[in-house]
Design a protein around this ligand. Sequence first.
Ligand code: ADP
Ligand code: MG
Length: 457
Amino acid sequence: MQQDKVWQAILGEIEVTLTRAIFHTYFSNTSLVKQADGLVVVGVGNIFIKNHIEKNYGDLIIKTLQKQGVKVDRVEYTTVVVPQKREQPKSAPDGQLSAVPATQTMPAGGLVSTGSNNLRQGLNDRYTLDNFVVGDGNDVAFAACQAVTQHPGAKYNPLYLYGGVGIGKTHLIQAVGNALQARNPQAKVLYIATEQFVREFVQALRGRTAATFANKYRSADVLIVDDVQFLANKDKIQEEFFHTFNTLHQANKQIIMSSDKQPRDIAGLEDRLRSRFSGGMSIDMQVPDFETRCAIIQTKAEVHQSELDPEVVEYLATNGQVNIRELEGALNQLLAWCDVRGLVPTVAIAASLLQVNKSRPKHLSAKQIIERTARHFRIPMEDIVGSKRDKDIVVPRQVAMYMLHEELRLSYPKIARELGRKDHTTAMHSVRKIARESQIDSSLRSAITEIKEHLYV
Ligand code: ADP
Ligand code: MG
């Protein structure tokens, strides 16, 4: 129990230093297995994650443990199967944690409101409707957000925005929250990321404060829930959320949600939630068009008090990655690089910086790509390279072929071989099929983006 709280506190710290996707992938199934005499054993979901965490986040974990007052000389990682349900084995005696200072054993409610978590849990005033650049791809979503700001609880309830990563969903739903809060300072406007909601719920169950938890959310005037796809396959929480949703909806309180998919494409979501989620206004958001991307870059550069040559802006908008978050990253990198050297940003500099980013990490292997794809679709590696013809296996297999083609530029015969296929025409058809379908199927597109995102960070 105590170990769990310590680890939750540590996760809270780590979470704010990573992107949501990365944190979720690598840390969502971790636990503190043992802690004694300077040795800390961290449990992780599988061997792939173990290797990745060990290599990339070992130092971060040690530093964070120390910061939290845990005595640590050595950290070991071990794979553990995490129980799906909330019941945690009470195996580890709490006594093992006697070295941890009292601040670590605060009540469950205290954890969620510690320092750095505040911003992420609530509203962040960096996101406003004013600093959101409107254009093709996000204009419908923006208009709906404006309408909700004018008449909360009336018109579009719930408002449900969905689309790929880094295209401004969080920005918009936060902005509505900020606008509503500004209009009515008395209103209880709650923003919560679904992962955090889940964590709080689990803690509430453990601490027997379920009623307090329920009350907190059911008394909101505006409830904003980000990334609801993470409710998938969590039955207890879905039930809780269903009741919260109904309570608020019946009282004409505004509910706003975001997701990477539309409700009907979220596998593992109860039908009754699916129908509630689609019962208001659902809007598909896309990566904004070229002009809008230019405008976004200009706006962001102004925030940094930099004026960019239009050529540089256009270069970034054309070559600077697929979504706005990455675009912003490329811009920041360029500005910082030039700032340090006292240079004015040029296309040549931008090109050389972006080029570096684009070069594929040499260690990336076909196996890693296939593994990543299998993981994304939650199917075993044996199946994806095996001979099964079920649809849930065939599509991931085709996506894996497409990824090998896109990311490693492997020949079709090679792709076929990597997936245990003899015939290279299968590989060719698969790659073309996915290329074609990803043009029209937004959930397929976001699957691909997500897999890539995990490969390169
Ligand atoms: P998502 O939630 O869809 O993954 P975010 O809302 O976090 O994406 O957006 C990623 C970054 O891009 C944020 O910093 C956000 O402010 C910025 N951004 C996205 N779209 C726009 C836009 N149209 N105008 C200004 N900033 C944007
Ligand atoms: Mg988001």
